[in-house]
Design a protein. Sequence first.
Length: 448
Amino acid sequence: MASDRDAIKQDLIRQVDRDALVGIACDLVNIPSPTGHELACAQYIHARYRAAGIKLIPQSIEDTRANAIGVIKGRGDGAVLMLNGHMDTSYTGDEQYLPDMPGYKPKAVLDADWIYGLGIYNMKGTLACFLHAAEIVQHAGLDLRGDLMIAAVAGEIEKAPVDRFQGPLYRGGACGTWYAITHGAVADFCVVGEPSGMTLMRAHGGYVWTRITLTGDPMHTVFGKKENNTINNMMKVMQALQSWGDEYEQRTSYLGMPAHVTLSAIEGGWPYRCSRVPVFCSLYVDVRLMPGQSPLVVQREIEAVLRKLEQSDRDLAGLHMESHIFMNQWGSQCAPDELVYRAVEAAHEFVHGKKVEVTAVPFASDACELNAHGIPALNYGATGRTRALSALRHYDQGQSDWNPNQGEHASIDDMVVTTKVYLALIADTLTRTRSELGLCEQRAAHRH
């Protein structure tokens, strides 16, 4: 049977069409889909499902957004494999100070083996691979025991409504995948297609976002002093938190992932009225959360730093200080003994002829949400290799080779070969029964 299954894989792989794949990728890039506005992109994918005869599970989330869930049904005695990718892009393309170049615009540009355009890197390039692979499987009429589910989701980008920044544009952080898997899109295991550079990303960090606000009295600058200035005092808070953060990062790093603490944003005073001592100043802090950690651990440590400051600094004690978490996502990991881990390893080796490189990175992905709901998940994506450093691995000690001066781009060759890996994965897992895969029906209950 092994040779028969290998023949099935080779037959599917021969059907990968480079031009068709590029066409899907360019179509996706050419549909603007910033967080909160993914509906048009979902409708495009819905149309592809219908044209291919893939069952559509409609999931409308808000007026301007939807998920695009497609299912190819098997006999019913196999597993359900989800291929999960997000439609929302990291930017709208119009943000202040964002570079004005093709890699940051929702317009696909072809240059030799590379596609440039907003979203192609994160992660419409891999989403195109998912769609092309699903269409090949459907057209091939493969005798599947299990189900293939393509989950093109909204709202993955790390964003959160806070202060005056409200509405769908700011509702991200895995909200689309959470909606999908709590409204019927459930699976036995999942591969998420974040830009891993064709490495097996077995672990991710989560994050805790904290807002710290100092409030004082409104007064004219002629009466103010640095002692009652909230911005001056916030600088003390920043210094103390960064000092704590340096120690936290070393203490909590995991699988080579650094638990960075970043002072991400600051806002204070009234810029239209500089003749007033800033009555408030808010600091926004990102703390990376490692697998197994609770957000409450970070909250308590930050609160301890702030209490110590208030007790030792008379000026800070004279101001009102408050802090709270406004966004968090748990970290996650996929153990090497999980079926999806072993299956991705085997599919990669079948196509590449060598073992897959295993990585772990501290950015969050929808794998975190999937694992939290008892669906074993990891990342294996087509994009991630960049043109400037195309001969090097994408991640090295948790550092990316990302070059912001290049903008988003993806290698077409990488997309082609990754589609082949996904086809090998589908054939390996979905042509077997649950018992052949060693899946236990009580597994989910046991995991909780």
